[in-house]
Design a protein around this ligand. Structure first.
Ligand code: ZN
Length: 328
């Protein structure tokens, strides 16, 4: 309230605002912590994953007891927030955001924040947000590098304007390349502040660029995102392929305890991925197939990106493992 651009009136607006955070890993838990402490009245936290000890280096809402219990991140986040701000409402959903549930999970919020680790979910958020004219904020980080962009549907560029297609081939992920916790907290701080501006009605102060910053090298860049790109599939042609589920690799159960991800457009370099996966489990490959064991799962990967994940029949877990170890 003492910060004049927010003031008492702004604080009241924060108490009335409703924000969804999709993904509650490193970026998501920093976003949730900042916004809950700022007094945002309603937070919906959606995450498909469970807490592991290796998460604690960067996921600020969780502790060793949560990891020991393998608690779902959404549930643990809601408990932690209740312990420091019991006056706001937090609605946790331990779920994978999919075309089937996006309507239920993202309806009735004023702002959507990206705490995900994959482009598949981001394109789904983008299609939903553009279709419904809901502002959303893209945020991502890997290694020492972070990037964020505000999407104001009908005004600025959308995610598909800037990145028409998701990165192909093997992309860096936090589980293979690591991430500095300061890079995550940097990008979450920027994104949370932009969300506060939107929530208090300071729309003219909202940044209209794609911002990237490397906290290690100090390389800083912005790309103008003030205008939509002519011909953009999502915001100009309104062709919402991800809402229809078309942008999603087909997933099926196979065998008694396996899930198959029918990705076919991600050429995999087995030598390269073997090097990256080696610190995380046992890995072996020949020219045709790569196997990676990380208890209790076994990942079998083919050169075109197709994968079989043994040890689960839960497609959300399979998607999550694939995003973490292969890419999204
Ligand atoms: Zn667009």
């Amino acid at each position: 309230m003492l910060f004049a651009p927010v003031g008492e009136a702004g604080q009241r607006k924060l108490a009335q605002s409703r924000i969804a955070i999709v993904g509650c890993g490193a970026t998501g838990s920093a976003l949730a912590s900042l916004l809950a402490r700022a007094g945002v009245g309603y937070l919906r936290i959606i995450d498909r994953d469970y807490i592991e000890p290796s998460n604690l280096q960067r996921q600020v809402l969780f502790d060793e007891a949560d990891a020991a219990e393998s608690l779902p991140k959404a549930i643990a986040a809601a408990r932690k927030i209740a312990a420091f701000n019991s006056e706001i409402t937090v609605e946790p959903h331990a779920a994978d955001l999919t075309p089937d549930n996006v309507e239920d999970l993202l309806a009735d919020v004023g702002i959507i924040l990206d705490g995900t680790d994959n482009f598949e979910t981001r394109y789904l958020i983008n299609d939903f947000a553009v279709d419904r004219t809901v502002p959303w904020i893209y945020a991502a980080g890997v290694a020492s590098y972070a990037v964020t962009m505000n999407v104001l549907p009908g005004e600025t560029a959308c995610l598909a304007c800037i990145f028409p297609d998701s990165p192909r081939g093997l992309v860096e992920t936090c589980d293979t390349s690591g991430i500095l916790n300061s890079a995550v907290n940097f990008v979450a701080s920027v994104a949370a502040t932009e969300a506060l501006k939107l929530a208090v009605g300071a729309r003219e102060k909202v940044r209209r660029t794609l911002l990237s910053y490397d906290v290690w090298t100090n390389d800083f860049a912005t790309v103008n995102a003030d205008q939509p790109r002519a011909g953009c599939r999502a915001c100009q042609k309104r062709d919402f392929v991800h809402l229809d589920g078309e942008g999603r690799p087909h997933i099926s159960l196979c065998g008694r305890n396996s899930v198959q991800i029918h990705e076919r457009t991600r050429p995999i370099d087995f030598e390269e991925i073997s090097r990256r996966l080696a610190p995380h489990g046992e890995v072996q490959h020949n020219d045709f197939v790569l196997r990676f064991w990380r208890d209790p799962y076994e990942l079998t990967l083919f050169p075109d990106g197709r994968a079989i994940i043994k040890g689960t029949t839960d497609t959300a877990i399979a998607r999550s493992l694939y995003a973490r170890y292969v890419g999204s």
